[in-house]
Design a protein around this ligand. Structure first.
Ligand code: GRF
Length: 202
């Protein structure tokens, strides 16, 4: 499938996905577009350096969120994008994007959902004092990190952990898990039935 990655920040997950594609580990998926709501974000430069087309639009240049997304949808349809991969895209999605891409938008979140949804999930987990946290990949719906779970990995919280240290360990897991799930989707190995997902083995 033809993939668009949406990101607002560093883009280290975008880089991991690009690496997986280069190594033939993305289930035949191809990253055809990088969409960012922050034209000055490092991820935009990464995409340019990698020769990936970018769509860089500032939501505040549009009269509404819906008009902003309508412009994105037009480009996705022009490029025949079949899968949207959110990788640190810091915005909620409206029905303008959700309806045409229902079941074809996935996100990665740095906690074991439904714990610690929303911003600063790693800080939230440390503040709460949990001993286990992790990474979740899920389908996206209209809520904040609420869609059906596709895959999760656990990570232990250490006694003297910091946001910095724990983030590093979480990122390492993300760089493995996300390409795996994107590859499984691209290869047609993920099915969705209500809130239940099944990832078939290769
Ligand atoms: C990741 O930790 C991801 O789980 C969260 O945002 C972060 C993005 O990091 N949704 P990067 O931009 O891929 O480096």
């Amino acid at each position: 499938s033809r993939i668009a990655v949406f990101a607002s920040g560093q883009g280290s997950n975008f880089a991991a996905l690009m690496d997986a594609q280069k190594e033939g580990n993305l289930g035949g998926g191809r990253i055809e577009l990088l969409v960012s709501d922050k034209p000055e974000a490092p991820v935009a430069q990464r995409a340019k350096d990698a020769g990936i087309p970018t769509l860089l639009l500032r939501p505040k240049d549009f009269a509404s969120r819906e008009l902003y997304e309508a412009e994105i949808v037009a480009e996705l349809q022009r490029l025949k994008i079949g899968l949207i991969v959110l990788a640190g895209y810091m915005r909620l999605i409206t029905p303008v994007l959700l309806t045409p891409y229902s079941g074809r938008i996935i996100n990665i979140h740095p906690s074991l959902l439904p714990a610690f949804a929303g911003k600063d999930a790693i800080g939230q987990a440390l503040d709460y004092g949990v001993k286990l946290t992790g990474v979740t990949v899920h389908f996206v719906d209209g809520g904040m990190d609420t869609g059906p779970v596709i895959a999760q990995r656990c990570i232990a919280v250490e006694d003297n952990d910091t946001v910095d240290l724990l983030s590093k360990r979480i990122h390492k897991v993300e760089y493995e898990l996300y390409p795996e799930v994107v590859g499984a989707f691209a290869a047609g190995r993920i099915s969705l039935d209500g809130r239940k997902t099944i990832v078939r083995e290769k």
